[in-house]
Design a protein around this ligand. Structure first.
Ligand code: SF4
Length: 243
């Protein structure tokens, strides 16, 4: 289930160049750089039906803040309220992806401690520069479930020194959209190899719109990108137990 307590974002790194939030908003003449609280859906995880029961049952996975960044400074005034909602639904799971892990300490709730058991914080690293900046910060933070997302993958990345036992998995994908940058399959395989050596799970999430494989460029339609990646059959599952 998607839960977007606010909408809109500010571009901060190379991976943001063709951000899908901007792309989708531009189709309806909306300015994605204007960050707004989503009043009507802000309380979605704690919404109740007429019988006073939660609309979303125990165990629901909420993909949180997928049309913004949860740690965006423009959202500082709303985040405590969002944390309260997350805390109330400890019977569910929340999956948050950020490019602003350097703001985590300033933005975490006061009772975070070693981390909430039901919250995964994933960090995006699209190139080596961002891996080398964000991942040392990430590895030092008290977060129960850690996932690295290399999407859109823009170049080969050496993640090996960051693939410690606390990293549950790495997910890799290319870029979508008409202006997508090329994702080379060899870069994908390179990260997979590093994950296998380190005993970290790996998934090839989607090919992106322009896939380079064995020196040949393939244009993959949006509705085939996930399927094509899945068909490659290169995911690696490593059981680390529920964290
Ligand atoms: S951080 Fe994410 S949502 Fe924000 S501009 Fe970059 S890609 Fe878009």
């Amino acid at each position: 289930m998607r839960w977007n307590p606010w909408h809109g974002c500010r571009k901060i790194s190379d991976g943001c160049l063709h951000c899908y939030v901007y792309r989708i908003d531009s189709r309806i003449d909306k300015d994605a750089s204007e960050v707004k609280k989503n009043i009507s859906t802000f309380n979605l995880p704690i919404a109740k039906n007429r019988r006073g029961e939660y609309k979303y049952p125990s165990g629901t996975l909420f993909y949180t803040c997928f049309t913004s960044d949860f740690f965006l400074d423009e959202a500082d005034g709303w985040r405590d309220e969002a944390w309260k909602i997350i805390k109330e639904r400890r019977d569910c799971r929340f999956f948050i992806i950020t490019k602003r892990i350097d703001r985590f300490d300033a933005c975490k709730p006061v009772d975070w401690g070693d981390g909430y058991d039901h919250v995964t914080i994933a960090v995006t690293t699209e190139n080596q520069k961002m891996a080398d900046y964000r991942l040392p910060i990430y590895l030092n933070l008290p977060i129960k479930t850690k996932v690295i997302i290399c999407e859109p993958l823009l170049e080969p990345i050496d993640l090996s020194k960051y693939l410690t036992p606390e990293i549950k998995s790495v997910s890799v994908g290319g870029e979508s959209g008409d202006d997508a940058r090329i994702c080379d399959y060899d870069w994908v395989l390179g990260i997979r190899e590093q994950c296998m050596r380190a005993g970290v799970g790996f998934s090839y999430h989607q090919t992106g719109a322009k896939l380079m494989k064995n020196g040949k460029l393939y244009h993959i339609p949006k509705d085939k990108q996930e399927d094509q990646a899945h068909r490659a059959g290169i995911d690696v599952s490593i059981e680390k137990g529920e964290q």
